[in-house]
Ligand binder design. Structure first.
Ligand code: CA
Ligand code: CA
Length: 355
């Protein structure tokens, strides 16, 4: 027996080398699956900015994005997605932090907005823009982990979730339906509600009226269509003997000056206090914290998302006990939902290594 062992080893070795030669010369090239290694040694991000120093010490991994990747509901009409996305991960203090960077030539942050039309002499006429292209940029980080084949997904939108410092927890089950929002333990308020039309005009504007030119309209800073901002008083003197009359005019936001043609009023109201509510109050739907920046010079988004490894909610994947998880990212350029075609791409599958 002792003599047979070396012979067997030589035969096996020769066979293995032979197979290797065949694969390297004739076989198909194996696709490279990116392994994003979560850093466990740096300190936890404070989520004060998407560009915190801590990320400089965390490896960045390039993942490809393709029109050919699933899920594909309908053939895209356009392909305005980036070719790749950079992914970084930190696992710290029972949380998973993901930092995602991708290029996007357009900062689309005004879904369902109003804009000044007609002329700029008060009273101002606004037109509501709620069809394409009045959507917003967004991403889905999809954890391929549910036992029934679906994804546990984190949805970040530049205004309607990100404006309030949040991502939205979702479940994505199949290609025929839009993702459903996590529902366990969720309070009714979402922190973002539509700025409803009043006679086709915005019901709310910023209290600084035409001075305000930002995409996030916080609820606390709004004035209602009916609210009187101030009262103009004209003094009129006439008659003999002269008499004085005070002619008063109440001024609403739509009667102020300084508006520019095409100027936008956001179509959503953001409750800035919502993100700081308790875990129980935000529930499973709003269990993701987010901070982001759109870099105009680089035409690039940088977004940091954070969620507990184990939220305790039954509609979430529990990442605490696993050593890795398969993920893909969906990138939507000015795209409302999954169902209409165009302007979205999905990354290749990649792995996040947690241990
Ligand atoms: Ca865009
Ligand atoms: Ca959740």
């Amino acid at each position: 027996m002792k003599k047979l062992i070396p012979i067997s080893v030589v035969l096996l070795l020769g066979f293995w080398i032979g197979c290797g030669d065949d694969e390297s010369t004739n076989g198909p090239e194996e696709p490279t699956v990116v392994r994003v290694i979560a850093n466990t040694t740096v300190s936890a991000p404070t989520l004060s900015s998407a560009d915190e120093d801590v990320w400089a010490d965390v490896d960045s991994f390039l993942v490809g994005v393709s029109q050919a990747n699933s899920p594909k509901l309908r053939p895209p009409e356009a392909a305005a997605y980036p070719p790749d996305i950079y992914v970084q991960a930190i696992k710290k203090d029972s949380n998973l932090y993901l930092r995602l960077q991708w290029s996007d030539l357009t900062f689309d942050a005004y879904p369902n907005h109003y804009k000044v039309t007609g002329d700029t002499i008060p009273p101002i006429d606004f037109t509501r823009e709620y069809t394409p292209p009045a959507y917003e940029d967004q991403i889905f980080v999809m954890f391929d982990s549910l036992l029934d084949g679906g994804y546990d997904a984190w949805n970040w939108r530049v205004l309607t979730t990100g404006g309030g410092g949040l991502g939205k927890g979702c479940t994505y089950q199949d290609t025929m339906t839009a993702p459903t929002a996590d529902a366990v333990g969720t309070v009714s308020s979402s922190g973002a509600v539509e700025n409803p039309p009043k006679f086709g005009q915005p019901t709310y504007a910023h209290k600084n009226t035409s001075e305000f030119n930002h995409y996030i309209l916080f609820t606390a800073d709004t004035v209602h269509w009916d609210s009187v901002l101030y009262t103009d008083i004209d003094t009129i003197i006439f008659g003999d003997p002269p008499d004085t009359i005070f002619d008063t005019t109440e001024v609403h936001f739509w009667e102020t000056t300084g508006w520019k043609l095409g100027q936008k009023v956001p179509g959503w109201l953001i409750d800035s206090s919502f993100a700081s509510r308790t875990d129980e109050e935000r529930g499973s739907r709003w269990d993701i914290k987010a901070v982001s920046v759109y870099d105009n010079d680089a035409a690039q988004y940088r977004v940091v998302l954070c969620r507990k490894l184990n939220t305790g909610f039954v509609d979430d994947i529990n990442l605490a006990p696993v050593d890795s998880v398969k993920v893909k990212v969906g990138i939507f350029d000015n795209q409302e939902e999954f169902t209409p075609s165009s302007n979205r791409g999905f990354s290749d599958d990649f792995w996040i290594i947690l241990k």
